[in-house]
Design a protein around this ligand. Structure first.
Ligand SMILES: [Zn+2]
Ligand SMILES: [Zn+2]
Length: 157
């Protein structure tokens, strides 16, 4: 059996965290925030309603109405320490709102496993000086094509 890299290990943790989501839209997203050396997990998040609220987020699989779920990255960020540089792993690339939250945190690297249909979040991160990576089959990180994201639809950039 192949020994997973630290990145693969955290990616698997993020996928497992995603499975805890009860989002009615059936979009399950998981997020893990670690220190930069990958020796400590600082926070865990998945999308879901705020604590104490109804377990129904109002979303359904066939609807495009926004549900009331707090996104995985936001849930992880509210519990993450502010100060040391951090790396954030998410199963789906951040939406524009979560990208803004990341810019105001001390996360300096973002790793996503799947690309969200709206690339605006990735663009926001890159414009804000965050390094954005995908996870290669070899278990190592590869930086996304900055030029592609910064140029595509960048008329409002
Ligand atoms: Zn939901
Ligand atoms: Zn989001």
């Amino acid at each position: 059996m192949m020994r997973p890299t630290r990145h693969q290990m955290f990616a698997d943790f993020a996928r497992t965290a995603a499975l805890r989501s009860i989002c009615g839209r059936l979009i399950q997203v998981g997020c893990i925030i670690t220190n930069m050396s990958g020796t400590n997990i600082k926070s865990i998040g998945y999308n879901g309603p705020a604590r104490g609220k109804s377990h129904s987020c109002g979303g359904s699989p066939d609807s495009t109405i926004k549900c009331s779920c707090i996104h995985a990255e936001a849930n992880a960020l509210v519990k993450a320490p502010y100060g040391p540089r951090l790396r954030l792993y998410t199963t789906l690339s951040p939406c524009p709102s979560c990208a803004d939250l990341i810019l105001n945190s001390t996360v300096s690297e973002v790793v996503f496993l799947e690309e969200y249909r709206n690339p605006e979040g990735i663009r926001t991160l890159l414009q804000g000086g965050i390094s954005v990576f995908g996870l290669g089959d070899d278990g190592e990180l590869y930086e996304v094509d900055r030029d592609f994201f910064l140029q595509s639809g960048g008329s409002n950039g």
